[in-house]
Design a protein around this ligand. Structure first.
Ligand SMILES: Nc1nc2c(ncn2[C@@H]2O[C@H](COP(=O)(O)OP(=O)(O)O)[C@@H](O)[C@H]2O)c(=O)[nH]1
Ligand SMILES: [Mg+2]
Length: 379
């Protein structure tokens, strides 16, 4: 039996709130195997939505109110609500849910049921079979939602998730606690993309459940400005702080420095009138040395190779894998010469580097050279 807190942020939702609390009073008792609570987070709405919650709270012991003095945006309201639900109410799971009946109270139980299957991040999805967006939505509204979703899906490298901007979700508290709620990248709607990205990157067991997203009938939408730019900023920041992306970025930077070392050494040896093979061979080896050192102390510093013997051995291995890249480039380059012609060499080279040499090197570095500590052998 888990304690689930449904967190509902409100700003001027008086009419909806009166109806919603009664609808929840109907729905929640149908969920028998979990303890359900509802937390309204109101930013002192001018229409006094909080008064409705306070009054009905006397009748319903599962109903709670968190009243903020100031309106600081949806992300801030949710962050405060999650914190309160987890710390003060002792919730094991927190749900994101809108006050305006766009999320259906009778679909709450569908998400809650997934707790029993061990899921930690349960996404109410409009874009999987069985899910839907309002028929009333015009082309522009649909287009914005679909494109926004697509951008988030590509930017966060999460092709398997279909709805990344939905506002109907259920999250295990242990997953939510790993996210820095006090410093969300966005104070407004785009916070959703951050929580989704970081929950899944953090390894939460997730699932999508189809939901019917309704049209708003009462009150007004609070989306004021274009959230697209804000969402792009959040996607960038999530990936900027993503350990895997950071490592790949460092790997790329080291590779570029290696290229600069190679090019400048080649220029120097040319001026010094070194014989051809010596100039090429030495400058390439200097780039390999630079790559090895910088990757060891920076890109893969968590797996840093230390000790003279180990360094020598790994460095020899590194030279071997670098030779592998040479073979790949020579073979595919020659094939391309034959198939599409020598005239296209400058056009083909970037493709070989990006699609073959870089992935090959990255794989060799992570799987062979800087392979993480081995898991203890199973007995
Ligand atoms: N506390 C609080 N609630 C907000 C704020 N902005 C939006 N909401 C609530 O968040 C939910 C979703 O907002 P809504 O305007 O319906 O967004 P839309 O469905 O995308 O148009 C509603 O319950 C709003 O009342 C805010 O700044 N503070
Ligand atoms: Mg709404």
């Amino acid at each position: 039996m888990a304690k689930v807190a449904i967190v509902i942020p409100t700003y001027n939702e008086r009419e909806n709130t009166e109806k919603m609390i009664e609808a929840l009073a109907e729905e929640l008792p149908k969920i028998k195997n979990h303890e359900m609570h509802v937390l309204y987070v109101d930013d002192t709405s001018p229409d006094k939505t909080y008064e409705v919650v306070r009054e009905k709270g006397e009748k319903y012991p599962w109903l709670h109110l968190l009243l903020n003095a100031e309106k600081k945006g949806l992300g801030v309201a949710y962050a405060k609500g999650f914190r309160y639900a987890m710390d003060k109410l002792g919730a094991d799971y927190v749900m994101e849910f809108d006050a305006d009946f766009q999320h259906r109270p009778d679909e709450i139980k569908k998400l809650v049921a997934k707790i029993d299957d061990g899921y930690e991040y349960i996404i109410g999805s409009r874009y999987i079979p069985g899910g839907s967006i309002p028929k009333e939505w015009g082309f522009a509204r649909k287009f914005l939602s679909v494109v926004g979703n697509l951008i988030a899906r590509v930017g966060l490298l999460l092709p398997k998730v279909h709805d990344l901007t939905t506002g109907f979700k259920l999250t295990k508290s242990s997953v939510m606690k790993k996210i820095d709620l006090d410093h969300l990248y966005s104070n407004s709607f785009a916070y959703k993309v951050q929580i989704l990205g970081q929950a899944i990157q953090g390894g939460a067991k997730w699932v999508e459940v189809p939901i019917t997203f309704m049209a708003r009938t009462k009150g007004e939408s609070k989306i004021i400005k274009n959230e697209m730019v804000e969402t792009l900023k959040v996607i960038f920041l999530v990936q900027f702080h993503n350990p895997k992306m950071r490592r790949f970025f460092k790997f790329g930077t080291v590779g570029f420095i290696g290229y600069l070392v190679n090019a400048s050494a080649l220029a120097l040896f040319t001026r010094l009138k070194f014989p051809g093979p010596a100039a090429w061979g030495l400058s390439t080896e200097l780039a390999i040395i630079s790559n090895f050192i910088l990757n060891n102390i920076w890109t893969f510093k968590e797996q840093k190779i230390t000790g003279f013997r180990k360094i020598v051995l790994k460095f020899l291995q590194f030279n071997l894998t670098s030779a592998g890249a040479l073979v790949i480039q020579t073979v595919t380059g020659t094939i391309s010469d034959i198939v599409i012609g020598v005239g296209y060499r400058q056009f083909v080279l970037p493709f070989i580097v990006v699609f073959l040499v870089l992935p090959y090197n990255y794989l060799m570095y992570t799987l062979v050279i800087w392979r993480g500590k081995k898991a203890p052998a199973k007995t």
